[in-house]
Design a protein around this ligand. Structure first.
Ligand code: ASP
Length: 321
């Protein structure tokens, strides 16, 4: 006979049992979409433009391209596109890449005279059998596709370069920067992911130097099943760990976007314990549910988030040091 005491025990156990087990039903994850996140304070302007597309049920790919074009076209931003700081010979050379939800991707590096390398990268993706065009070939392709040849070195950037020539010392300073990149990743209303990345690279770099920014897997990776990631900072260190691909694969293994960014940064520290104290690298990650994370080597890495819950705000990422 079931005593009252036994009955109460059963009742308590039943109420503690997870509903999912009893009925074999797993509730769907809460998805926040659309959402766009991008690197540094200038991410706000980029997100603004991206949001116009995302909030109208637009495609993440269109949103990230539109977003990346904002700092590219702003002559006051000295680390991207027009007005970007030159290499040590005074040449402004731009790097960019873009990737969509089907693993299509395109990239350009060492591209001169074109204000919007991200749009050239998209054309490479859509109109050629290739992924990556560089230098003269990339410029020829851009001109053949209707892009205009323009002077990218502004008076201000030229002044900074001439000042630099007095000492000609190549020493990137974390966050103050003679570098910065816009990396932007988005999840659209159809729950598809895309990303883009664009930069003038490290100021006063050697002629022909290419960083992480145009390299698929290094500064940008998108896997529509899992998530997307992007990076900024000293590109050489990101290339060494194939950073953004690593972040996405860490998410595939069950890490949250935040944990994935942290583990990637820890990998840099492990590889370069001494150097990692002096340089900046930051990662952003966004997963398929719209959950995001950010982490950097040093304090001062900011990023901007635009979603229904977070209307375009700047945050500072946690850091290793
Ligand atoms: N990652 C870029 C590069 O190495 C620069 C930056 O993001 O600051 O060219």
């Amino acid at each position: 006979m079931t005593t009252r005491r036994k009955f109460l025990q059963l009742g308590t156990l039943a109420s503690l049992a997870p509903v999912t087990k009893l009925f074999g039903y797993t509730p769907p994850p809460i998805v926040s979409k659309p959402v766009v996140i991008s690197t540094w304070n200038f991410g706000v302007g980029a997100n603004e433009e991206a949001w116009k597309i995302l909030s109208n049920n637009g495609r993440a790919l269109d949103a990230v391209e539109a977003g990346a074009r904002v700092p590219e076209g702003d002559p006051k931003e000295s680390s991207v596109g027009l007005g970007g700081l030159p290499d040590r010979d005074g040449r402004v050379t731009l790097d960019s890449c873009i990737m969509d939800e089907f693993a299509n991707c395109g990239a350009v590096a060492c591209l001169e005279h074109i204000v919007h390398p991200v749009s050239v990268a998209r054309k490479v993706m859509e109109k050629t059998p290739h992924v990556f065009l560089v230098g003269e070939g990339a410029l020829k392709f851009a001109l053949d596709n209707g892009f205009k040849k323009e002077k990218l070195l502004t008076k201000e950037s030229e002044k900074v370069w001439k000042e630099w020539l007095k000492t000609a010392q190549y020493k990137p300073v974390a966050n103050i920067e003679n570098h910065d990149t816009i990396g932007i990743v988005a999840l659209d209303d159809k729950q598809n992911l895309s990303g883009a990345c664009t930069t003038s690279g490290m100021a006063f770099k050697m002629q022909g130097r290419v960083g992480d920014s145009p390299i698929i897997g290094a500064a940008l990776f998108v896997d529509n099943e899992i998530g997307a990631a992007t990076s900024t900072g000293v590109g050489e260190e990101v290339i060494r760990i194939v950073g953004s691909h690593l972040v996405v694969e860490l998410m595939r293994q069950g890490n949250t976007p935040q944990e994935a960014c942290e583990k990637a940064v820890q990998r840099i520290v492990k590889n370069q314990p001494k150097k990692s104290k002096e340089i900046q690298v930051g990662f952003l990650a966004l997963n398929k549910n719209g959950d995001y994370g950010a982490y950097a080597l040093q304090k001062g890495f900011t990023y901007a988030v635009y979603s229904k819950e977070v209307p375009n705000k700047i945050f500072e990422a946690k850091s290793y040091y």
